[in-house]
Design a protein around this ligand. Structure first.
Ligand code: WQD
Length: 336
């Protein structure tokens, strides 16, 4: 089977390419390198011993997509290509909606034209807004998103539901990721450490490696076990494997629209993560308690039962694996 992976050189995309190649899929990538480096292609080769076919370009470019679908005989698409910085999306809503929604519309148009109707879409737990309860099930209420990034994912989910309603020959899996962290064990690919990270794990890793001085823990007065925010952190390699299982489901089913949470089902607090990181990497993480970050919620973790039952997938790697691999990647890529 030949899979088009949009945004395939990015963080989650690159790890998914590795798993696809390992499972014997042929992989075609389109990436505009807006948040990825071309050398990731070589790293994927180094890990798997296999090549991907790479197209440099933007998904908004209908002609390029048309060319790819005409030349490559694609069987299914995994769509990762999107902007993903929550804070930035508040400053640049038009750019976020354009990039995260218009590109999908172009992609769907071209898929329809070339009669490719199998799609795995990269969504996010952020579509649940401030959850009414935890753990969160797929059937729980969505909406109430607090930033354009989250809203863009919610809109695309709706577009996909409408599309399926209009033509139920489509075969679509929407995957809602919780908090992906960590890196490939090799340390060759991971989350690119450019600039000051907005997310917890890359920030911790940079404090540990002395690139940053001190972590601010955003609030210790939440109604959680130790007062700090609780999240469902998932190793990016487990997450990547979830995509293979989703593809297998689409191969089995022929048509349908399926939604899955991809998480571990375990909630860890910010202090849990700091402690696990220090212990497994034998390194100190300086931190101070700071004000709550606007827009943050107290707790968010998944009920991953549906993915286990229907996909035969569950996260296997531990919080220690996540901390170890995140730090390994930062140390190996410190001076890049
Ligand atoms: C985790 C916890 C913070 C940084 C975001 C997006 C979400 C998803 C993943 C893609 C919270 C605390 C953080 C810091 C801290 N992305 N924290 N100090 O906010 O759960 O989710 O990324 O879909 O959509 O919203 O992740 O890593 O930013 O924060 O104390 O310097 O760490 O308050 O409790 P978040 P995060």
């Amino acid at each position: 089977m030949k899979i088009l992976v949009t945004g395939g050189l990015g963080y989650i995309g690159s790890h998914t390419c590795v798993e696809l190649l390992k499972e014997g899929y042929e992989v075609v990538v389109i990436d505009n390198l807006s948040n990825a480096k071309e050398e990731v292609k070589d790293k994927i080769k180094e890990i798997t011993g296999k090549n991907i076919k790479f197209y440099l370009g933007d998904m908004i470019d209908e002609n390029l997509l048309d060319k790819i679908f005409t030349e490559e005989k694609i069987d299914a698409v995994i769509d990762f290509a999107a902007y993903k910085a929550v804070g930035e999306s508040v400053q640049k809503p038009v750019e976020y909606y354009t990039n995260n929604i218009s590109t999908v519309l172009v992609l769907l148009k071209e898929m329809k034209k070339h009669n490719v109707k199998k799609l795995v879409f990269s969504s996010s737990a952020t579509v649940y807004g401030n959850p009414e309860h935890v753990p969160i099930k797929e059937t729980d209420k969505t909406g109430g998103t607090t930033n354009p990034y989250g809203t863009s994912k919610l809109f695309v989910e709706q577009i996909l539901k409408d599309l399926y309603k209009s033509d139920n020959a489509w075969d679509i899996a929407i995957l809602r990721y919780f908090n992906p962290i960590g890196a490939h064990q090799s340390g060759l690919i991971g989350e690119e450490p450019n600039g000051i990270p907005a997310n917890l794990m890359p920030y911790i890793a940079k404090v540990a490696s002395k690139e940053l001085e001190c972590l601010s823990v955003f609030g210790n007065d939440y109604p959680t076990k130790d007062g700090t925010g609780v999240r469902d952190y998932i190793h990016v390699v487990d997450l990547a494997k979830g995509h293979i299982k989703a593809l297998e489901k689409l191969e089995r089913e022929q048509a349908g629209l399926y939604i899955y949470n991809l998480g571990t089902g375990i909630g860890y607090s910010v202090l849990d993560i700091i402690n696990a990181f220090e212990k497994v990497n034998q390194v100190k993480v300086n931190y101070k308690i700071a004000e709550r970050r606007p827009g943050d919620i107290a707790e968010c973790y998944s009920d991953p039962t549906k993915a286990k039952q229907e996909l035969g997938w569950e996260a296997k790697l531990t919080i220690e694996d996540m901390c170890k691999d995140a730090y390994n990647f930062i140390l190996k890529n410190k001076n890049n």
